[in-house]
Design a protein. Structure first.
Length: 130
């Protein structure tokens, strides 16, 4: 199964769970401006500006939240906990930046992991598969 197929299955399965929401996080960069000419694979822009998208280099493929009820001093309040899921195919490896992102957000209380299946994603979220 490819990384894209695993991501699609995780999004489908997790999308049916109460209190959890994941979003696809595409990280990259491009150019915007007024199109002057577009011929085949060539594009000429007037007043080009570089734009970046996604959270940051190394941020996980799937980002979102899960609702958590807090301990006695905050009884009844529900808060959203950051969720970061980096999806890899059978032979895929996390980059240094991806591993660092997972480590940092975990240290600050997020549920975060590198996964290769729906079951691993559910485990990372602390969910039991029905």
């Amino acid at each position: 199964m490819t990384e894209a197929q695993i991501q699609a299955e995780i999004m489908l399965r997790v999308g049916s769970l109460h209190g959890v929401r994941l979003f696809r996080n595409s990280v990259g960069e491009g150019w915007v401006g007024r199109t002057v000419r577009h011929e085949g694979s060539r594009l000429l822009l007037e007043h080009p500006r570089r734009v970046t998208f996604g959270w940051c280099p190394g941020s996980s493929d799937l980002l979102g939240y899960r609702s958590r009820e807090i301990t006695p001093d905050m009884v009844g309040q529900t808060v959203a906990q950051l969720v970061a899921i980096e999806v890899k195919g059978p032979r895929g490896r996390a980059t240094v930046e991806q591993a660092r992102f997972i480590e940092v957000v975990r240290r600050h209380g997020a549920a975060a992991d590198i996964v290769r299946s729906v079951d691993e994603a559910l485990s990372a979220l602390g969910m039991v598969q029905a």
